[in-house]
Design a binder for this molecule. Structure first.
Ligand SMILES: [Zn+2]
Length: 116
């Protein structure tokens, strides 16, 4: 999807949320390096020339810790990103911040699904 379509789609999602309470998926932002300050409700995909090596997001529990996920299959642990046609992403396997707040969740089509 090109950037203008992405922006318009995002605006439409926010309008739907205001009108009908429809949940807004996490925004996907592609960058070549991780920004100093991450925004909430965004999944950052870090890479260059269509080649991604890392994903990052603020922990969805609100603890403000930055979760960084390796996408390179030659290092472990490693996550897979699935990019959907609506611009959202899914991450596999689940994310578990064992050393931090203990959050354990899945990212599915831009939505956080908490692990029980
Ligand atoms: Zn947390």
């Amino acid at each position: 999807m090109n950037n203008l379509r992405k922006k318009l789609r995002r605006i439409w999602l926010i309008i739907k949320n205001r009108l009908w309470g429809t949940p807004v998926p996490l925004e996907t932002i592609y960058l070549d390096e991780l920004p100093d300050k991450l925004k909430k409700d965004v999944v950052y995909l870090i890479g260059e020339n269509g080649y991604l090596w890392s994903a990052a997001l603020l922990c969805p529990c609100g603890c403000q810790s930055v979760t960084q996920l390796n996408l390179l299959s030659d290092a472990k642990p490693c996550w897979r990103v699935e990019e959907h046609s609506d611009g959202t992403v899914s991450l596999a396997p689940s994310v578990w911040s064992r050393r931090g707040c203990g959050s354990h969740y899945f990212v599915r089509q831009g939505f956080i699904r908490w692990h029980n």
